[in-house]
Design a protein around this ligand. Structure first.
Ligand code: CU
Length: 467
C-alpha cells in the first residue's frame, strides 16, 4: 500500500524553501538549487490504490506512485533521460513549453519512438515560467489513460513569494468497482464527445487533501490531464483570484469562479489561483467540480499552523512571460475546419498506435497517422511572420485544440466573449469559429490536434511547418 506521505512526495504539495509543507519533488526544485537540473524518467508499469483495492496496469515513473511534479527554473537548462522499461514504444511531450522542435516528443515528426530498453535524452530551457505538463505522444490512449500524465512547473526566475505552492493533477480512470481497468474507450463515444472515466481523481486520489498555512496566500495550480473531460471548477470556503491561464499570467481578468459560473478547464488546460487561506486552523477550502450534473468535491486544502493573517491584497504578482506579440495588421489568415469524417484508415506503418478507422478531420482530411511516408503539413508558415488562424468547428461536439511549440492568443469568437490570455489549447465549442493569433517564432514541424485523445487518434490531428 502507498502511504499518504509517499503520494504527496509524488504528486501533491511541494515545499517552498523554508516552508515545511509536505513532500519533495523529483527534480531539484528548491531555491537553493544550482546549475542545470538532470533527471531520469523511467517509464514503467505501476500499481496503486485509487479505490480501496490496488489497481494494476497503471503506467508511471515509479512502481507505486503517480507521475511526480517536475520542477525546473525559468531560463535554466533542464535535461531528462526518458528510460523505457515499459515494454511498449513511447515518446515524451512537454505540453505548452516552447521547446526546440527536436525536443517536442512527437513520434516520426520530431523523433523516432523510444522502444523498450532504449533511452532518449530531452534537453531544453524554458523562457516561460508557469504550469505545464508532460505526457507521452505515442500509444497515448494506452499510456495516458493508464496514468502517465504529470505536472511540470517552471518556477519564476525570482520567487514570487507565495506561502505555499500546491498542485492538483485532475484526471479520471476507467475502473470497475474492484479497481480493475475496463475498456479504455468506446468507439461510439469517440465519435461524439469522448469516453469519460468512471473514477474522478486529483493526484490519483478520490479525495485529495493538501495543506497550506493558516491565513496565508497559497498558489494553487490545477491541471486537467484527463484524456476527455472538460472540468467545471470552482472553489468554496475562501476568497481568491485567478492569476494564470495555461501557464501564463493573465492579461485579461478571469472572474473568481462559482457554482453558477464555473471555470471551464478542458483536457490539456491549466488554471492557477491565489487562495486566501482561512484564518482558523483546520478550516478547509474545497475544490469543486461538476460530476454527472452534481457538485463534487475533488480536493481540499486545509489551513495548518499559526495564522499568517496575510490579506489577499498582498497576493504576489506574477511577471509576464516573454511571448512575442503578433502584428495583427500584417498577419496572414489561415483557415482550418474541424469536422466529422468517418472512413476506414489507411495503413499506418508506425509503432505508436492506429485504431483502424477515423471519425474526425482537419480541413476534411483525417490524419493519416504519425508514420505515414510523405505526410504533408496542413499549413506551412514563414518563420518570424504573424498569423491569424481561423478555427471553425463544424461538428456538434467541443474540441480543445492544441498547438505544439507556440503560444497564441484568442482574438474573437462568433459564439462567446473570448479573453486575450496566452494559451496553447483553445476550447472550440460546437459550431464555433474562433480566431487566434501568434508569431511563427519557433521553427519546425508542430503537431496541431484535439486534446480529447480519442478524437486525436481518430483523425482530428495534423501538423504545421514553420520554415
Ligand atoms: Cu476533439
Amino acid at each position: 500500500m502507498v502511504s499518504r506521505r509517499e503520494l504527496l512526495w509524488g504528486a501533491g504539495a511541494t515545499a517552498l524553501a523554508g516552508g515545511g509543507f509536505a513532500g519533495g519533488v523529483l527534480a531539484a526544485a528548491s531555491a537553493q538549487r544550482q546549475g542545470p537540473a538532470q533527471m531520469t524518467m523511467d517509464i514503467q508499469s505501476a500499481t496503486a490504490s485509487i479505490l480501496d483495492t490496488p489497481t494494476t496496469g497503471l503506467v508511471s515513473l515509479s512502481p507505486d506512485r503517480p507521475p511526480p511534479v517536475i520542477r525546473l527554473r525559468q531560463g535554466e537548462k533542464f535535461s531528462a533521460d526518458v528510460v523505457n522499461t515499459h515494454g511498449e514504444p513511447t515518446a515524451m511531450h512537454w505540453h505548452g513549453l516552447r521547446v526546440p522542435n527536436a525536443m517536442d516528443g512527437v513520434p516520426y515528426l520530431t523523433q523516432y519512438p523510444i522502444q523498450s530498453g532504449e533511452t532518449f535524452r530531452y534537453e531544453f530551457m524554458s523562457d516561460d515560467a508557469g504550469t505545464y505538463w508532460y505526457h507521452p505522444h505515442c500509444l497515448t490512449m494506452e499510456q495516458m489513460a493508464r496514468g502517465l500524465t504529470g505536472i511540470l512547473v517552471v518556477d519564476e526566475a525570482r520567487d514570487p513569494g507565495f506561502d505555499a505552492d500546491l498542485s492538483l493533477n485532475l484526471r479520471d480512470f476507467r475502473l470497475n468497482g474492484k479497481g480493475e481497468f475496463i475498456k479504455l474507450w468506446e468507439p461510439r463515444q469517440a465519435a461524439r464527445g469522448g469516453t469519460l472515466g468512471t473514477v474522478m481523481t486529483a493526484n490519483w486520489r478520490q479525495q485529495e487533501l493538501l495543506d497550506a498555512p493558516t491565513g496565508g496566500i497559497a498558489r494553487l495550480r490545477v491541471v486537467a490531464t484527463d484524456v476527455t473531460r472538460i472540468y467545471r471548477l470552482w472553489l468554496e470556503g475562501a476568497d481568491g483570484r485567478v492569476i494564470a491561464w495555461d501557464g501564463h499570467p493573465l492579461r485579461t481578468p478571469i472572474p473568481w469562479p462559482s457554482r453558477e459560473e464555473p471555470l471551464l478547464l478542458a483536457a490539456g488546460q491549466r488554471a492557477e489561483f491565489s487562495v486566501a487561506m482561512p484564518e482558523t486552523e483546520g478550516e478547509e477550502v474545497r475544490v469543486m467540480t461538476m460530476r454527472a450534473h452534481q457538485p463534487h468535491e475533488i480536493a481540499k486544502v486545509r489551513a495548518v499552523g499559526a495564522n499568517l493573517a496575510r490579506p489577499l491584497s498582498e497576493a504576489p504578482e506574477l511577471p509576464a512571460n516573454p511571448v512575442p506579440q503578433p502584428d495583427l495588421a500584417n498577419a496572414q489568415v489561415e483557415e482550418f475546419v474541424f469536422g466529422w469524417s468517418p472512413e476506414d484508415a489507411k495503413p499506418n506503418y508506425g509503432l505508436c498506435g492506429s485504431v483502424g478507422y477515423t471519425f474526425w478531420s482537419i480541413n476534411r482530411r483525417p490524419y493519416e497517422g504519425d508514420a505515414t511516408p510523405g505526410l504533408a503539413p496542413i499549413a506551412t508558415l514563414q518563420y518570424g511572420k504573424s498569423y491569424i488562424f481561423r478555427l471553425r468547428n463544424e461538428s456538434p461536439n467541443d474540441h480543445p485544440v492544441h498547438l505544439h511549440g507556440l503560444t497564441f492568443v484568442p482574438l474573437r469568437s462568433d459564439k462567446k466573449p473570448v479573453r486575450s490570455n496566452w494559451t496553447d489549447t483553445a476550447l472550440l465549442d460546437s459550431g464555433e469559429t474562433m480566431d487566434i493569433a501568434f508569431v511563427a517564432s519557433n521553427p519546425g514541424n508542430w503537431a496541431f490536434h484535439c486534446h480529447i485523445i480519442e478524437h486525436q487518434k481518430t483523425g482530428l490531428a495534423g501538423y504545421i511547418r514553420i520554415e
